[in-house]
Design a protein. Structure first.
Lengths: 113, 215
């Protein structure tokens, strides 16, 4: 009896393996260029974590095999990090000019009233 | 349910924007002043990134807050105050950019074939590889290369088409989410994502010589 049960389990595993294999072979039958093209189109979403889990898994797996897309990914990430690390200091004179203008405006309103 | 904030601590918490807006709408200028203090730097950053010049950014900053003051009573609270404010600031900048374009076109026509003024600033080509941006790098050469890269980035942002620049500035420089950007610019989220991607592509192409490996 146990043998049958084990066989059934084995069968299940085999079916799952088959399905996986089908998916892999389907993707393998695509020209590699298609994956690169797809990656290029959604790279921003990939970096911003705006993809579904399946998409993330597929793309991560693509990156492990594609040197070109890995380079593109690094460049994008570096660019975004650079933007995020950029800081601007508002000059003191700009701030004081703003406050002067606002004070004038508040005063003008008070006079009107 | 356990209170997360003790009553005595609640008094010292700054008032939320919504409360300040309500007070300002009831002619309380000190409330509006506090709102300006909170967002002055952010609005200046947006203006500077959009316009690329300190003097123009300063004027745009003033225009933005004056308009916010003028139209505050029309703000219904359907969005957050800062979304509404950033929209005003962005529109002020876009108007200035449009006027700049018109002025440029007419002076090009006047100047004729003299393209000297429109010559692009040459981007220094570094032969070294610049990889990840390290925060704590202290080597002089690295600092120089980083400086060049930042200058190149600033120039590239100035060259970005306006519709991409707004999204890149709000999203990548100012850290707003796609959703927030969509509200500021009155676009759909997919439209924001599309423009963001194209803007980043543009910048990446411009900075290629800094990020590619040279053999």
């Amino acid at each position: 009896m146990n043998k049958f049960r084990n066989n059934k389990k084995l069968k299940k595993i085999t079916r799952t393996e088959k399905l996986k294999h089908q998916k892999v072979s389907t993707s393998k039958s695509n020209i590699k260029g298609n994956e690169c093209r797809e990656f290029f189109q959604i790279i921003s979403d990939f970096i911003d974590l705006e993809l579904t889990e399946n998409q993330l898994i597929n793309l991560r797996s693509h990156l492990t095999t594609c040197v070109h897309c890995t380079q593109v990914y690094r460049e994008f990430r570096m660019l975004i990090q650079l933007c995020q690390s950029e800081s601007i200091t508002e000059p003191v004179n700009v701030s004081s000019q703003l406050w002067q203008v606002l004070e004038k405006r508040f005063k003008a309103k008070r006079i009107k009233e | 349910m356990k209170e997360l904030v003790k009553p005595e601590e609640r008094k010292s918490l700054p008032p939320p924007d919504s409360l300040l807006v309500k007070r300002a709408q009831q002619e309380d200028d000190s409330a509006f002043t506090e709102l300006v203090r909170r967002y002055e730097r952010k609005v200046y950053n947006i203006c500077y990134r959009m316009l690329g010049r300190e003097d123009e950014a300063s004027e745009a900053l003033q225009d933005a807050f004056l308009r916010a003051y003028q139209f505050l009573k029309k703000f219904k609270g359907k969005s957050t105050f800062y979304t509404w404010l950033y929209r005003i600031a962005t529109n002020v900048c876009l108007t200035r950019l449009r006027k700049r374009k018109t002025a440029l076109t007419s002076s090009i026509e006047e100047a004729g074939s003299n393209g000297k003024a429109w010559k692009r600033k040459p981007i220094f080509v570094s032969s070294d590889v610049i990889g990840e941006i390290p925060d704590a790098s202290k080597s002089p050469e690295r600092l120089v290369r980083q400086k060049e890269l930042r200058e190149a980035l600033n120039q590239a942002v100035e060259e970005l088409p306006t519709e991409f620049r707004t999204v890149v500035v709000l999203r990548d420089f100012e850290g707003l989410s796609n959703r927030e950007v969509s509200k500021v610019l009155n676009l759909s989220v997919p439209a924001v994502k599309s423009r963001l991607h194209r803007g980043r592509l543009f910048l990446r192409n411009r900075l290629e010589q800094y990020t590619n490996n040279h053999e």
